[in-house]
Design a protein around this ligand. Structure first.
Ligand code: PMP
Length: 440
């Protein structure tokens, strides 16, 4: 008999509770739940959130879309988990391991409640969005698609939502089609509706673009995908840190995100999938923890999600993500959204006042502003801004096909987070002024 307590098997208390209270609730038309319905502490009002982040100080950190700084609460949870609480999960007969198993599975329930999953058994812990997409490409597309089938992506996808599909398409003899962008840099859903066919088995799109900040009308994209029987995966990396997400109302089939962009640890993330899809998917990797019984004659596998979590998991990653979700909800996603919306508006109003600055993305970009200065390489912008204590990202942002369609090699990108404020925008604008004087 295997000695592991696996999620979803009903063995062990950690696996027996249902969704977090309030996980299934009323949502608005965009699939966002009212913040009050989430479990967790009530939102904090009017506090200086910068003080929650020991990594911020007076630094103007505008690279949150790459990775978010960590609040002290997350750092403390990680230290506690690696310190006095540390033990393995799913194996120990001793109390600390049993407690750690409970904490690990509580994190899974917390994530389920956070994104509106029907049950914690729909939550697969992965290394990040990249691994989540690779898992779906291998275990779902790799099984379901055949030669001649088609996959639909968009022009603005991150490489991690392009390359895994190319790899599996090449192996299967499937094809990839690309949805163009509208003039204001959104995924063109009219074009999507016109180009989709029953040969398309999967659509995979960013919920929020990491370069442009464009927000997808997920519900409409899902309707279009489902109209031909295709499944839809949403890459939620840039959405979960800045808006309330509910997978039921978004009506997607797969949803992925990375913990480190949600103020949690690196090397950890989430794949959510409809339970019937997970049930039908074969394991991703073989090893300990993903099995039911092993013999040299025949091995049987655990039910989801354990089936997809071979080996000792990133235990502390799960606890860190739990703390990050608690933190984000203690501030309130509505408040985070409002902070970022305001700062994007300030930036989009101020930058074009400076000669030769060109903005990308729609007016209502979520938390992210990409721009170029004619005649100045974005790396030079980034270097000069760094001297001013302003950290931005410069480059292709892992979206080379998007750069090609925008007609640039690279952009400069400012992205905001819960700790951002007007002083960051002022410092950015001051720094860009200096860049244009140096190169002018
Ligand atoms: N998708 C988007 C939209 C992203 O912004 C990122 C990270 N830049 C990824 C996918 C990949 O995330 P990770 O590297 O954490 O797996």
């Amino acid at each position: 008999m295997d000695d592991q307590i696996l999620p979803g098997t009903g063995r062990g208390t950690a696996t027996q509770s249902g969704v977090v209270e309030g996980a299934l609730h009323e949502r608005d038309a965009m699939g966002h739940a009212p913040s009050t319905s989430f479990a967790g502490p009530p939102p904090r009002a009017g506090e200086d959130l910068r003080r929650d982040f020991p990594g911020i100080g007076d630094w103007h950190y505008l690279d949150t879309a790459a990775t978010a700084q960590k609040p002290q609460a997350v750092i403390d949870a990680i230290a506690q988990a690696y310190g006095p609480d540390y033990a393995t999960v799913h194996r120990g007969v001793y109390k600390r391991s049993a407690d750690m198993t409970l904490a690990y599975e509580a994190a899974r329930r917390r994530v389920a409640g956070f994104i509106g999953a029907g049950s914690e058994n729909e939550i697969v812990f992965v290394r990040g969005a990249t691994e989540g997409i690779n898992l779906v490409a291998t275990c779902w597309a790799g099984e379901q698609l055949k030669a001649g089938d088609r996959i639909l992506l968009s022009q603005l996808e991150h490489h991690s939502n392009i390359v895994p599909w190319q790899m599996i398409a090449e192996k299967l003899g499937a094809h990839i089609d690309v949805i163009p962008l509208t003039e204001d840099h959104r995924i063109d859903l009219d074009a999507m509706a016109a180009m989709i066919t029953p040969a398309h088995k999967l659509v995979s799109l960013a919920h929020v673009s990491n370069v442009l900040g464009s927000v997808l009308d997920c519900r409409r994209a899902a309707d279009i995908a489902h109209s031909v029987g295709a499944k839809i995966l949403l890459d939620g990396c840039q959405a979960v840190p800045r808006m309330r997400v509910d997978v039921q109302v978004l009506d997607c089939d797969f949803y992925v995100f990375s913990a480190h962009k949600l103020y949690g640890p690196t090397g950890f993330g989430v794949l959510w999938a409809r339970p019937e899809l997970l049930e039908a998917m074969p394991p991703y990797q073989g090893g300990g923890a993903m099995i039911d019984r092993v013999s040299f004659e025949k091995t049987t596998y655990a039910p989801p999600p354990g089936r997809f979590e071979a080996g000792t998991p990133h235990i502390v990653g799960a606890l860190g993500l739990h703390a990050a979700i608690d933190y984000v909800e203690s501030v309130g996603l509505d408040r985070i959204h409002a902070i970022e919306t305001d700062l994007v508006a300030q930036t989009r109003a101020a930058l074009p006042q400076i000669n030769s600055v060109r903005l990308f993305g729609p007016e209502d970009s979520a938390g992210i502003v990409s721009f170029v200065i004619e005649g100045v390489h974005p790396h030079d912008i980034g270097t000069i801004l760094d001297e001013e204590g302003v950290a931005i990202r410069a480059g292709h942002h892992c979206a080379q096909p998007l750069m090609a369609s925008l007609g640039v090699d690279a952009t400069a990108r400012a992205s905001f987070g819960v700790y951002s404020d007007a002083s960051d925008v002022e410092a950015l604008v001051r720094g860009i002024g200096r860049v244009t004087r140096i190169f002018g």
